[in-house]
Design a protein around this ligand. Sequence first.
Ligand code: BV8
Ligand code: ZN
Length: 246
Amino acid sequence: MNISAELLTLLRGTSKLAALTGAGVSQESGLRTFRDAQTGLWAQYRPEDLASPEAFRRDPKLVWDWYAWRREAVKAVRPNPGHYALVEMERKVPSFTLITQNVDGLHRMAGSQRLLELHGNIQRVRCAECYTFTEIWGDDSESVPACSQCGGLLRPDVVWFGESLPRDQLEAAVEAARSCEVFLSIGTSGVVQPAASLAFAAHNRGARVVEINAEPTPLTSKANYVLHGKSGEILPHLVEAVWGHS
Ligand code: BV8
Ligand code: ZN
């Protein structure tokens, strides 16, 4: 792939960079993206119909089982070169913030430190009532496990549609978007709010916006640079071309 000399020069001179990632970054690890069709047992459901408080109220066991299945799927995969390239970028750029919409925990597993998880992490389980986190729970196949503190239902520690994002993570993400010189939008369809507005906030503050995605999105027309392709191929190539081997 050809990366313009202009973009390479821009990135070499950047000291404040923010990167937003979506499910596309985990696709090459073998995880379906949010908009990919679901398969097997879950093919009949749309993610948006399961990832909501209403769905959990209506059928907690169905939602719990969907996340149990996704936790197993995540356990079976590893970060890909795109995740590791972002760890390398964090080491090279003086002020780097990685903002992810992904809940798979792969950025953390790859070693990213300056990481904001806007939508939570499905590896973490908490009580729907008292927020107590827990690592262990009964594996009764008939019902959703109960909180050991208050007896409430356990749920994944993710942000469902209609739920607010964690305030501290969102505020830090907005601050990073507003103050960066370059904003990278990687592997996201730019549909889900408020995450999708971060790139526009950066653009409105005069940041250069770079989109790395397999297909065009609502951001493409606004981006200063657009690299269409697989993030697991583009990111390592970009890091090598800009910052060379560590
Ligand atoms: C909130 C956790 C309100 C759960 C997720 C304005 C208009 C309309 C609706 C709304 C609006 N504002 C708010 C809403 C409602 C809603 C929303 O945005 N709906 C959408 C559908 C329009 N937003 C919310 O409900 C948010 N909360 O606003 O609360 C509020 C306010 C105050 C007080 C109370 C309440 C909460 C949103 C968070 C939802 N939770 N995840 C779970 O995962 O189970 S979002 C979910 O979608 C995932 O986190 C996922 O990451 C995220 C976004 O999807 P993408 O990451 O972009 O993935 P997608 O598949 O779409 O795209 C992948 C892209 O990668 C594609 O473009 C593809 O081409 C590309 N790709 C694929 N492979 C590769 C690749 N690119 C590169 N390389 C590859 N190999
Ligand atoms: Zn509880």
